[in-house]
Design a protein around this ligand. Structure first.
Ligand code: ADP
Ligand code: MG
Length: 220
């Protein structure tokens, strides 16, 4: 796969995606086929095999729905939008997942307005805050900080997770790069593409004490 990676650097994004998809779908298929053959042979522990197969199928479902999202031609519907409102909408959506782990999400800073496509920026916030929740153990806090700078608006999403290893930081946002068992590695790629459509940037910073900060910078 090392070799595949080097070769894939020369491919177009579409080619890279296609290779990734093939790989991401083939692995679960191979494993499902293997378990079906075991079941066919009449093994015990059926419950375990069913559970694994369902997990594998769920992963393929997530990947295909994220890919559908990417392939959808995006039309921008940009307006002056309230950042606070978008964050609140997103928090509402992620509340069940955060509550389950006893994670508190706090917003600091004053109301800001940005010229953006609301559904695209909400998707960006969902992807980043969801990652923050997933990175954290039980209990803790995610802080969303809004800052109005002279010529830009910053949104910091600060988590108390384990932070990100030096060696993988440059891989974040590459299609299918994930360190999670059930991850797709598509969230940050989509995030970067959506931010590009807004001439906005994403910076990933290591916190001094614990966790990482995902910083979105919008031009004014
Ligand atoms: P996925 O969430 O499906 O793994 P993403 O593109 O959203 O895909 O994220 C890619 C990888 O970036 C994650 O698997 C994880 O290793 C890393 N990552 C993202 N956000 C954080 C975070 N807040 N803390 C630590 N690692 C993170
Ligand atoms: Mg993610």
């Amino acid at each position: 796969t090392e070799e595949m990676m080097i070769r894939s650097e020369k491919m177009s994004i579409a080619g890279q995606l296609a290779a990734g998809i093939a790989h991401e779908i083939r692995n679960p298929l191979t494993s499902i086929k293997g378990f079906l053959q075991l079941l066919q042979a009449g093994v015990n522990r059926k419950d375990v095999y069913y559970k694994i197969m369902i997990d594998e199928i769920e992963k393929m479902e997530t990947i295909t729905s994220e890919l559908l999202f990417i392939s959808k031609p995006l039309t921008d519907n940009k307006k002056q939008e309230s950042i606070l409102q978008m964050i609140k909408d997103v928090m509402e959506l992620l509340k069940p997942q955060a509550n389950l782990k006893n994670i508190l999400i706090e917003i600091i800073g004053d109301e800001q307005f940005i010229y953006c496509d609301k559904s695209q920026i909400k998707q960006v916030l969902i992807n980043i805050i969801k990652n923050a929740i997933e990175a954290m153990e039980e209990a803790g806090k995610i802080t969303v900080i809004l800052k109005d700078m002279a010529d830009e608006i910053k949104i910091d999403i600060v988590d108390e997770g384990p932070g990100i290893d030096e060696e993988v930081i440059h891989k974040l946002g590459e299609p299918f790069f994930t360190t999670k068992q059930q991850g797709t590695g598509l969230g940050l790629m989509i995030t970067k593409q959506l931010l590009e459509r807004h001439n906005a940037k994403l910076e990933i910073l290591q916190n001094e004490i614990k966790g990482s900060t995902f910083r979105i910078i919008f031009p004014k």
